[in-house]
Design a protein around this ligand. Structure first.
Ligand SMILES: *[C@@H]1O[C@H](CO)[C@@H](O)[C@H](O)[C@H]1NC(C)=O
Ligand SMILES: *[C@@H]1O[C@H](CO)[C@@H](O)[C@H](O)[C@H]1NC(C)=O
Ligand SMILES: *[C@@H]1O[C@H](CO)[C@@H](O)[C@H](O)[C@H]1NC(C)=O
Ligand SMILES: *[C@@H]1O[C@H](CO)[C@@H](O)[C@H](O)[C@H]1NC(C)=O
Ligand SMILES: *[C@@H]1O[C@H](CO)[C@@H](O)[C@H](O)[C@H]1NC(C)=O
Ligand SMILES: *[C@@H]1O[C@H](CO)[C@@H](O)[C@H](O)[C@H]1NC(C)=O
Ligand SMILES: *[C@@H]1O[C@H](CO)[C@@H](O)[C@H](O)[C@H]1NC(C)=O
Length: 448
């Protein structure tokens, strides 16, 4: 334990070592459709300090959870129609390059497992927001085809509209961003180098009226469970990712289709692959809900009532979803309170008083220099059939503003969200929709 704590300190206080990731495309073994893509963290190009990275990520997480909760509230108020509103937030954590049109023009899209629609801003713009690449020009791409109002993809929209028999979509994101335009088919190119694939027809939103901010991306690619998502459209119901530490400039990897496997290649994974079934929340069918059964601190199961993690059958609130678009994990308040209590009892350091500027709610003051060793308890998230034993750096963080040592999770007034950073970093995570299983295994993602 003491050794772990010391190693943890080194990781956070030393300048990050730049690790070049190899192109592992050739490692693909089985046949079938698939590709491998590079994921870049939204803040990777911003030149931020670690303290800034942390506070920016927390601000994004809070905004996303607030937005998800406001959608849940709207849903409760209008249970019938709202059952089909996927929660959507325009800001994610990871960016992926996507080629579109003939010849392909590349743009950077936000990857989001919490929504379905694929969209980018299109010229001519009635209203567009700033983006890093030129707006897509359908008139210059012979493979662009608008969809008729009667097309199944149009009918799959939450509220399809029709204008001169052209399908018109609109999507409002919980954080007040929105996009509206024409639903169309276009040729898309995915993947890097040797795994590059071209898909002749992908349905996407060509947004001529957009508002909000795109956070340095030029659109979004939804990886949710609904019919309009990339996963559903490509008919290859599996993808996986391996996220590097969000403090590290190294890029992350996304694997799609035949490339998305945890055990056929030499991926220097450590430990057995664990799997847990997805559960469906009929009120939020886009999101990937899991059956979380408990949390252990230092091998002791916290006495959390199972109802804290359950989905409310009446209105679909509550539950535990895994979400790549939220950075920090949010736990339903009663579970968070018990986790906090356990950490306060365990960590032999004075509790730091929470102030308005604090990033997290459970923080400890380091002893004055020379620094002593700090003993921290192990943390395991239990799911139906799988235990996710988190490495120390996946649940403890140093608040750059105060220098305090903090539990890198936050309380939620509604359900729980398993976020991407730091909780899922350095895990290979596989979404296997055919078998309705989420699988994961620890792995050094910057070396893969
Ligand atoms: C966009 O990226 C630049 C750095 O390239 C950064 O300074 C800026 O804050 C980013 N904007 C947003 C909205 O994230
Ligand atoms: C992959 O493509 C990038 C540019 O798109 C290039 O810099 C890199 O060397 C290529 N990698 C391989 C293994 O071909
Ligand atoms: C691992 O491989 C076995 C057989 O090779 C396969 O049945 C299983 O689904 C794979 N597991 C994962 C998580 O990819
Ligand atoms: C995986 O790769 C490492 C080093 O690259 C090698 O030592 C090891 O034998 C490989 N394992 C398998 C199962 O191929
Ligand atoms: C479930 O939701 C309904 C309707 O909002 C509410 O009346 C009920 O108390 C909730 N059940 C639980 C266990 O929270
Ligand atoms: C925390 O707040 C209490 C009362 O508000 C105060 O007495 C105490 O000194 C504070 N502790 C620290 C470490 O600032
Ligand atoms: C969650 O897992 C537990 C333990 O395996 C099981 O008893 C329970 O029925 C599961 N709940 C759902 C909603 O699948």
């Amino acid at each position: 334990m003491a050794g772990m704590a010391a190693a943890f300190l080194l990781v956070l206080l030393l300048p990050t070592v730049v690790v070049l990731s190899m192109d592992a495309a050739a490692a693909h073994s089985g046949g079938g459709f698939g590709f491998e893509a590079t994921l870049t963290h939204v803040d990777a190009r911003g030149g931020y300090t670690k303290a800034e990275l942390l506070s920016r990520a927390v601000a994004r997480s809070r905004a996303r959870v607030t937005a998800l909760q406001s959608l849940a509230a709207a849903k409760a108020a209008d249970a019938i129609t709202a059952a089909r509103i996927p929660p959507r937030v325009s800001q994610g954590e990871e960016l992926m390059d996507v080629g579109m049109g003939t010849p392909p023009r590349y743009f950077t899209a936000m990857v989001d497992t919490g929504s379905d629609l694929i969209w980018t801003q299109c010229a001519p713009c009635l209203l567009c927001v700033e983006q890093p690449t030129p707006y897509f020009e359908p008139a210059k791409s012979p493979s662009y085809v608008t969809l008729a109002c009667s097309s199944p993809m149009c009918q799959a929209l939450y509220s399809p509209m029709c204008f001169q028999n052209v399908c018109v979509y609109q999507a409002f994101y919980g954080d007040s961003a929105s996009t509206a335009g024409v639903l169309a088919n276009e040729k898309f190119t995915f993947g890097t180098n040797t795994t590059r694939v071209t898909v002749p027809r992908v349905t996407f939103g060509c947004g001529n009226m957009n508002a909000g901010t795109l956070f340095n991306s030029s659109g979004m690619v939804g990886f949710g469970r609904g019919p309009l998502s990339l996963v559903s459209q490509l008919g290859s119901h599996r993808f996986s990712y391996c996220l590097t530490s969000f403090m590290s400039p190294a890029t992350s990897r996304l694997y799609f289709g035949a490339y998305a496997t945890l055990n056929s290649t030499n991926t220097s994974s450590s430990g057995p692959v664990q799997s847990t079934p997805f559960i469906v929340n009929p009120a939020l069918p886009t999101m990937y809900f899991l059956n979380m059964t408990g949390i252990s601190v230092a091998d002791e199961l916290l006495p959390i009532d199972p109802s804290v993690f359950a989905i409310n059958d009446t209105d679909g609130t509550g539950g535990v979803a895994i979400d790549s678009g939220t950075s920090f994990t949010f736990l339903a308040q009663p579970a968070y309170a018990m986790l906090q209590e356990a950490f306060v009892a365990w960590v032999g350091l004075p509790r730091a008083n929470a102030t308005a500027t604090d990033t997290f709610d459970t923080c400890f003051k380091w002893p004055p220099p020379p620094r002593r060793m700090v003993t921290l308890p192990e943390l395991v998230l239990h799911f139906d059939g799988a235990d996710m034993k988190l490495p120390l750096e996946n649940y403890m963080a140093i608040d750059g503003g105060t220098g305090n040592l903090c539990l890198a999770m936050l309380p939620s007034n509604d359900g729980s969200l398993i976020g991407s950073f730091p909780q899922q970093q350095n895990f290979r995570v596989l979404y296997d929709l055919e078998n309705s299983l989420l699988s994961f295994v620890p792995a050094p993602c910057s070396l893969i």
